[in-house]
Design a protein around this ligand. Structure first.
Ligand code: FAD
Ligand code: FES
Ligand code: FES
Length: 471
């Protein structure tokens, strides 16, 4: 039986939400129902950060604070969370130390971006990270300021005293059961079996994970659905397990949770994930959503293909496993059956004789979608390539292996000659398209040239840069 209200803490006070259609965004609800208009709408698609609010997530007896884009988040996703908006930062009219620092460093001009910037930095400071320029920039990558410039904003973040917020007097209410308003229902199953049963019962309902892709249906397209099925509270889907031979990532694990685990195992992956959207996006966005979205320019699929990951799908008849590369059939078409959900992805750990690298190429370094992305796993023995798995995104209608380039390398000495042959073979692997992100010739050239970078890094050139590159 679905509940007709959601109880949360809003700026430290208990708040009951009723009669709000489930597809309403948190941003719309705040501004129109609660009249909390400090949170701004700039783009309504997760890019500008003007709508940033902070979630307090119960964690080990306290609250973990995460910045999110309220324009992409639906109201029922707030269940079980404390919500802090810009109106909640000051204490009885006394500015929060961060707000004072923003004033003192003249970090605001027109002020439109300022609430979002304050909230992104509030989450950053609550997280207890060292306020170094690089980490502050990372925390601000999802917030655009068009008039002040970032120097005084960064100064404010460095200057603001660490003053962790006291825990709210009231506890965060438990997330209730499903939520219903009007003719619409938000289904939030707790187990995988319940999720699969709901999938069968509501074949047309969207499956919602973090909503950083799907959220556009609500914020831009204003679509309403009879039912929305959320995977976020299914415990089995949020698991993240490092085993002897593989890492299993539940489909609903967010980038923020997966980042340290994947970074520790696969060189370059941490830097890649740090460039997926912004912290706001990574706090909501999931690995399963990136696979389910099946975009040809999604960042995780090429890595998972190169790493020979196995996708675990769950349907009414049980579990089905497949190599992830077989999942992507055509442009945004996958092998997922209408009654199935993505359960997890299992990624083999890196054996000592294997190297892995990934390179993302985009117009901007931060908060930009890939023009092309390459991922490479080589097995090397006595200077020879005994196995190669190479996958690219942005080069075809799906994320896809470069089998000709792999063939050009396998059995050869890992040398400039082998790389030159693999670069030529890339032309046989792909016929990329022109679009606003990059031209076909550019994509073809860059995909081939990334092999040089791979060689320079893995053949031991000490000064070769590592990680992810924007051109
Ligand atoms: C500003 C911005 C920047 C972005 N930058 C990047 C970037 O740099 N790189 C990148 O790759 N992506 C980027 N994205 C896209 C997006 O963040 C990712 O694709 C993300 O992984 C989606 O995850 P989600 O949990 O939000 O998915 P959702 O939006 O909830 O869902 C996405 C799709 O997957 C399906 N789905 C989700 N979970 C399951 C499941 N368990 N079973 C079956 N289907 C499922 C949904 O039905 C939907 O079709 C960006 C998005 C925004 C808004
Ligand atoms: S309004 Fe621009 S990110 Fe939400
Ligand atoms: S102060 Fe004007 S956009 Fe930042």
């Amino acid at each position: 039986m679905a509940g007709r209200s959601i109880r949360i803490l809003l700026n430290g006070e208990p708040c009951e939400i009723r009669d709000v259609p489930p597809a309403t965004t948190v941003l719309d609800w705040l501004r129109t129902e609660k009249r909390l208009t400090g949170t701004k709408e700039g783009c309504a698609e997760g890019d500008c950060g003007a709508c940033t609010v902070v979630l307090g997530i119960p964690d080990g007896g306290g609250l973990r604070h995460e910045a999110v884009n309220s324009c992409l988040m639906t109201v029922p996703q707030l269940a079980g969370r404390a919500l802090v908006t810009i109106e909640g930062l000051a204490d009885n009219g006394r500015l929060h130390p961060l707000q004072r620092a923003l004033v003192e460093t003249d970090a605001s001009q027109c002020g439109f971006c300022t609430p979002g910037i304050a909230m992104a930095l509030f989450a950053f400071l609550e997280g207890g990270e060292k306020p170094e320029v690089e980490t502050i920039h990372d925390a601000l990558a999802g917030n655009l300021c068009r008039c002040t410039g970032y120097r005084p904003i960064v100064d404010a973040a460095r200057k603001a005293p660490r003053a962790p917020r006291p825990a709210p007097a009231a506890p965060v209410p438990e997330a209730g059961p499903d939520y219903e308003a009007g003719a619409q229902i938000f289904l939030a199953p707790r187990t995988l079996d319940e999720l699969v049963a709901l999938r069968t019962r509501h074949p047309d309902a969207p499956i919602l994970a973090g909503g950083t892709d799907l959220g556009l249906l609500f914020s831009r397209e204003r679509r309403a659905f009879d039912a929305i099925i959320s995977v976020a509270r299914v415990e089995e889907l949020s698991r993240l397990e490092v085993r002897d031979d593989e890492i299993e990532i539940g489909a609903a694990a967010t980038y923020t949770r997966a980042l340290p685990v994947l970074d520790a195992e696969y060189p370059g992956m941490g830097e890649l994930i740090r460039r997926i959207g912004s912290r706001q996006i990574r706090n909501l966005g999931t690995i399963g959503g990136n696979i389910g979205n099946a975009s040809p320019i999604g960042d995780m699929p090429p890595c998972l293909i190169a790493l020979d990951a196995t996708l675990v799908l769950r349907g009414p008849d049980g579990t089905r496993e497949m190599p992830i590369e077989d999942f992507f059939l055509d442009y945004r078409r996958t092998d997922l059956r209408p009654d199935e959900v993505i359960e997890a992805v299992r990624v083999p750990r890196l054996a000592p004789d294997r190297v892995f690298r990934t390179y993302k190429v985009s117009k901007r370094y931060d908060q930009d979608i890939s023009a092309a992305i390459g991922a490479y796993r080589l097995t090397l023995a006595d200077g020879r390539v005994t196995d190669a798995r190479i996958a690219y995104g942005g080069m075809a209608a799906t994320p896809k292996r470069a089998r000709e380039a792999e063939r050009a390398l396998i059995g050869k000495a890992w040398s400039e000659e082998a790389v030159a042959a693999a670069k030529r073979a890339i032309a046989d692997d792909f016929a990329p398209i022109d679009d606003f992100r990059a031209g076909a010739r550019y994509r073809a050239a860059v995909a081939a040239n990334l092999l040089d970078r791979l060689y320079l890094q893995t053949a031991g050139a000490a000064d070769a840069p590592t990680g992810v590159f924007a051109l």
